[in-house]
Design a protein around this ligand. Structure first.
Ligand code: ADP
Length: 160
């Protein structure tokens, strides 16, 4: 069975923190699927299609990285893709409660699927999509927090 990890998230937008998690997980798996969660109840800045396109550009030429969208439960998506690993990143303690609760629920729903956590690197532990959007909305540069493609898309989004 191929060693496939699913990295689910909103990625609205994809940041250097997300990128760091992928870079570090890259040698550990034969394939990593970055799975953009479609959540109609959550309002987003970028459409799922825009997010997939941007992330695709970031990982152009990375053969092991696939980008997809999914709706519904992450464990169901993992089963569909024959993956037994959910990859998540952990920043400050504020992430912990939520991530722990979700991982326990996922374990109940699908005991054969494990959640692997990578601790955020010091440099990215305060990088968040929400803060990046807020800063960009007010016309300030976020170039050290997001890939160039994402920075350009943010500038474009807020200049119209
Ligand atoms: P969510 O899945 O809650 O919508 P995100 O799309 O922001 O969250 O993030 C997806 C995953 O990446 C989550 O596990 C989140 O904790 C993790 N993550 C977000 N930002 C960072 C960062 N700066 N460093 C490491 N991991 C991060």
């Amino acid at each position: 069975m191929k060693n496939i990890a699913v990295y689910p998230g909103s990625f609205d937008p994809f940041t250097n923190g997300h990128l760091d998690i992928i870079r570090r997980a890259h040698p550990l798996f034969e394939e990593i699927i970055i799975a953009v969660a479609i959540n109609s109840k959550k309002s987003s800045l970028f459409s799922p299609e825009e997010r997939v396109e941007m992330i695709g550009k970031v990982f152009k030429g990375w053969d092991k990285i696939k980008i997809d969208t999914f709706e519904g439960l992450t464990v169901d998506y993992c089963k569909e893709k024959n993956s037994r690993v959910i990859l998540r990143g952990l920043r400050a303690v504020t992430d912990f409660d939520y991530e722990y609760a979700i991982s326990l629920m996922n374990k109940k729903l699908a005991p054969e699927i494990e959640t692997y956590f990578l601790m955020a690197d010091n440099e990215y532990s305060f990088v968040s999509s929400t803060i990046v959007k807020e800063v960009a909305r007010h016309g300030r540069a976020v170039s050290n927090q997001v890939p160039d493609i994402v920075g350009d898309a943010l500038t474009k989004k807020f200049s119209v």
